[in-house]
Design a protein around this ligand. Sequence first.
Ligand SMILES: Cc1cc2nc3c(=O)[nH]c(=O)nc-3n(C[C@H](O)[C@H](O)[C@H](O)COP(=O)(O)O)c2cc1C
Length: 228
Amino acid sequence: MSLIEDLTWRYATKKMNGQRIPADKLAYILEAARLAPSSSGLQPYKILVISDPALLAKVKEVAFQQSQITDCSHLLVFAAWDGYSEARITRVFNYLTDERGLPRETMDDYKQTILAMYEPLGTEWQAHHAAKQSYIAFALAIAAAAEQRVDATPIEGFDNARLDALLHLTGSGYRSTVLLPLGYRAEEGDWLVKLKKVRTPQADFITELTLADVAAPEDKPLPVASQH
Ligand SMILES: Cc1cc2nc3c(=O)[nH]c(=O)nc-3n(C[C@H](O)[C@H](O)[C@H](O)COP(=O)(O)O)c2cc1C
C-alpha cells in the first residue's frame, strides 16, 4: 500500500455504521498525530477522545446534527492553545532539554526570540497560529486512519464556542479547532461513497518557478496567475 493509494481510498465519510475500531488502530492514529511537526516544536494543541454515546449526542447538537458524530467509534476533538506565553513556552522547552539531557538554558535565546516575535502580534493572532499547528496533526491523523482502513470525516462544521462550553474548554487555555470522527462507513445511505474524487488538476495546482520567473518586473504575472 502506498500513501497515494491510502489517500485515494479515503473520503469524507457521510454515514458511519457505529462499529468500533480496534484499540491498536486508535492508538496508531493518535500516535501519528502526536508525531506531527509544529512550529518551534511547541505542539500548542492536544486531542480529546470521546466515545461515550451520551456525550457524543451532546456534541452532535452543536455540530449541525451531523450523523457521523454519534455513528462514529471515537471522536477526536483537536484543541489548540488560546495564546502563547512565557510560562507555556518555558514548560515545553524545559521538557525538551530535560528529555535530551541538555542544560535548560540551551533554549533561552531561542525562547526570547520567539516571544519577542509572537507577543506584539496579539492573542488572536497567537490563537490562530496555534490552531494552524493543530491542523497539521489533524492531517496526519486523517492519513494514518486511511492507512489503517479506518474511515474519518474532517469536520469544521460546529459551533466552537458552544463546544468549548460543553467540554469545559472555555477558560482552560485551549479552544477547539476541528473534529475527526473515526469509524466505518455504512453499507447504505452515504451519498458520497460512489462519487469520483475530484481535485484541482495537477497543471493548475503545481507551478515550477525559476529565477527568471521572479527576476522579471514585479507587475509581470507569474505563470500560474496568467491562467486565471
Ligand atoms: C477542515 C475541513 C473541514 C471540513 N468540514 C466538514 C464538515 O463539517 N462536514 C462534512 O461532512 N465534511 C467536511 N469536510 C470534508 C470536505 O468537504 C471534503 O474533505 C472535501 O470535499 C474533499 O472530499 P474528500 O475528503 O471526500 O476527498 C471538511 C474537510 C476539511 C479538510
